[in-house]
Design a protein around this ligand. Structure first.
Ligand SMILES: C[S@@+](CC[C@H](N)C(=O)[O-])C[C@H]1O[C@@H](n2cnc3c(N)ncnc32)[C@H](O)[C@@H]1O
Length: 214
């Protein structure tokens, strides 16, 4: 069961590394043509269906990219310091502080929702509920896009971006496991992209897009 103290520990850690995350340009999209291709396909699929929420938006890179692709995108993140960076870098966009587990999303209110390398810190047992909330928040035909690290088991991290001390667990997933969770949430998987381990990623990565049936 998710304890408030678990979220607090993760929040404090991301607050501590947020400046380094931005200084090191982590999560930037320029060197990532496959990631940009996925975001372009996602944008094309959900454009006109409603607002898009980037959950775990960090400093707002993907939120801003999707806005540039013509979406009404906003971001939410657990870490206030990440959100400060997002607001500073993209003052015209909307960002707020909240946990993926406490979003209180209105049913059928979103054209798209993302968990872009931001759901792997959730306790394993919390992820199905978060994906179910995503599914319920989508309009029919709307899509969820989830990207994360592939593997088995959990990694206790004590050092984060910039070598700073952190305390969080990275939960690794097999793509089939994540697909199963999206299907259990009531979504249809429409795309499944696997990326091999290659610098700067130490592990393979997966991106899954899943649609709420019409
Ligand atoms: C690896 S960073 C990715 C940030 C951003 N998506 C990007 O690609 O640059 C992970 C982000 O997830 C956020 N995060 C972790 N747990 C979260 C939760 N329970 N709810 C919302 N955001 C969370 C962190 O604060 C951090 O900003």
């Amino acid at each position: 069961m998710l304890q408030p103290s678990d979220l607090e520990t993760v929040r404090e850690s991301y607050d501590r590394v947020a400046d380094a995350y931005v200084e090191l340009a982590m999560g930037r999209l320029e060197p990532e043509p496959w990631l940009r291709a996925v975001l372009a396909a996602f944008a094309e699929s959900v454009r006109g269906l409603g607002p898009v929420l980037d959950v775990g938006c960090g400093p707002g890179t993907v939120t801003a990219h999707l806005t540039g692709l013509g979406l009404d995108a906003s971001g939410v993140d657990l870490s206030p310091r990440m959100v400060e960076h997002a607001r500073r870098q993209y003052p015209d966009l909307r960002f707020s502080v909240a946990s993926a587990t406490e979003l209180d999303l209105a049913p059928a209110s979103l054209g798209g929702v993302l968990g872009w390398w931001s759901l792997f810190n959730l306790p394993r047992e919390a992820l199905p509920g978060v994906l179910a909330a995503f599914a319920e928040a989508l309009v029919p035909g709307g899509q969820a896009l989830v990207g994360t690290h592939v593997g088995e088991g959990d990694i206790a991290r004590t050092e984060g971006y910039g070598g700073l001390p952190v305390s969080w667990t990275t939960h690794l997933y097999r793509p089939e496991e994540l697909t199963g969770m999206l299907v259990d949430a009531g979504l249809e998987v429409v795309a499944d992209l696997r990326l091999p381990a290659q610098p700067p990623s130490l592990r393979p990565q997966v991106l899954l897009a899943a649609r709420r049936p019409a």
